[in-house]
Design a protein around this ligand. Structure first.
Ligand code: CTP
Length: 393
């Protein structure tokens, strides 16, 4: 059973369509409405579409005997909150359970998918963003609001995504655990190569792609060892995290953990070069130009591919041109099963964004160009492709 929590926002009308789609897709849907939601749509609408009485009150005797809030919490396979207001997100993050929806949520062990919809300034409010980060860290799933015209008159991020998109995410979360038994070694983020005690060379990688892969793989039942360069991101719940700084440290951690894994996904933007000399004292400002001498770091992927021993290897290729040609070359040179290539100069693709535009190439010669999507979605696609390749062995 799927429990759909509807909270008070103009996007409630889209929740009506969502119920219709869910029911059509074979879901048993129990709707819980907050008081705010009932200002926008009546319970009768949801009741008619879901074929189930709508729950609205914690202390209503008839509802409690017919539905029962603990019963709802126990029998849910998945909780979806759409639309989710800033208020309900704040309450969940603070552990407040002062109405039926937040009470049932407090009691459930089911996965929770939250679809925020609100005014752009509310969405950008650091309090809301901190609540979202906190809930993500605690394992709650979020679906990013869409951009566009908002009912309040503003343009921007805050729209409830289309019901079809929420349905897709719902299916995904309920998907069977198809990675049970897999032990994935995932690298993420940049490296920092120190120059002197206060300076380093690095790149613009945020680690978001690798962390999205780790979250998705854990959700699908894999054991995940995440080796991460410095990032601002919350460690994914359930991953074994090794934090490193330089490429040499990353190499060491990968080599140490390689033998225990079934597949490696190198999403890290490994530094190709490091300074030849580390200045023990801060390099002082002088009048003329100075020269930095750099030496290459070892290619970690290439090194492990030489002792592949049946493990699946996935690389990434960040390119600024000749995408397919360059990625194909890397796939072959590094003896990979699959490579995920993206043109980092394209809009919506590359470093420090929540979205990416990628092409997946595999050892069998498949070239799949994917549209712009969130890094979370791309992570699912990469794992799907990996499983297909594995089944072809
Ligand atoms: N990689 C690695 N070790 C390195 C450099 C890269 O393991 N020293 C991995 C990356 O994690 C990525 C893949 O190799 O999965 C491709 O990285 P990329 O930097 O795009 O390729 P390079 O071979 O370094 O080629 P170039 O920078 O010239 O494009």
């Amino acid at each position: 059973m799927l429990v759909l929590g509807v909270t008070g926002g103009i996007a409630c009308y889209k929740a009506v369509e969502l119920v219709r789609l869910l029911v059509k897709d074979g879901f048993v849907v129990q709707v819980i409405m907050t008081r705010g939601a009932m200002e926008f749509v009546t319970p009768l609408t949801f009741q008619t579409l879901s074929g189930m009485p709508v729950a609205t009150e914690t202390f209503n005797l008839t509802q409690e005997s017919e539905i029962g809030h603990i019963n709802l919490a126990d029998s849910a396979d998945l909780f979806v909150i759409a639309p989710a207001t800033a208020n309900v997100i704040g309450k969940i993050a603070a552990g407040i359970a002062d109405d039926l929806l937040t009470t049932v949520l407090m009691a459930t062990k089911a996965p929770v998918l939250i679809a925020p919809a609100m005014n752009i300034h509310m969405y950008e409010n650091p309090i809301l963003q901190e609540n979202v980060r906190k809930l993500r860290r605690l394992g709650y799933h979020f679906i990013e609001p869409a951009e566009g015209y908002l009912a309040c008159g503003y343009e921007g991020k805050g729209r409830l995504p289309e019901p079809e998109k929420i349905l897709e995410e719902t299916r995904r979360l309920l998907k069977k655990k198809d990675l049970v038994g897999e032990k994935l070694l995932i690298t993420a983020g940049p490296n920092r190569e120190p120059l002197d005690p206060v300076r380093y060379l690095s790149n613009r990688s945020s680690g978001k792609m690798g962390y999205a892969l780790a979250r998705a793989a854990i959700r699908r039942g894999a054991e995940v060892a995440l080796i991460s360069g410095p990032t601002e991101l919350e460690p994914p719940a359930g991953a074994r995290l090794t934090s490193v700084t330089t490429a040499a440290e990353m190499r060491h951690a990968v080599l140490e953990q390689f033998s225990g894994c079934t597949a490696v996904i190198m999403a890290a933007a490994v530094s190709d070069y490091r300074p030849v000399d580390f200045a023990r004292k801060k390099i002082k400002r002088g009048k003329g130009p100075i020269e930095l001498r750099l030496e290459p770091n070892p290619d970690i992927l290439k090194e492990i591919s030489a002792r592949k021993n049946g493990k699946m290897l996935v690389g990434f290729a960040a390119e600024t041109g000749e995408l397919v040609a360059n990625a194909t070359k890397k796939l072959k040179d590094k003896n990979l099963d699959m490579i995920v290539a993206n043109n980092v100069s394209e809009a919506g693709a590359g470093f420090d964004l929540d979205t990416n535009v990628a092409t997946i190439l595999d050892r069998g010669g498949t070239v799949r160009s994917l549209p712009l999507m969130s890094k979370d979605e791309l992570a699912e696609q990469i794992l799907d492709h990996l499983l297909v390749l594995k089944s072809q062995r």
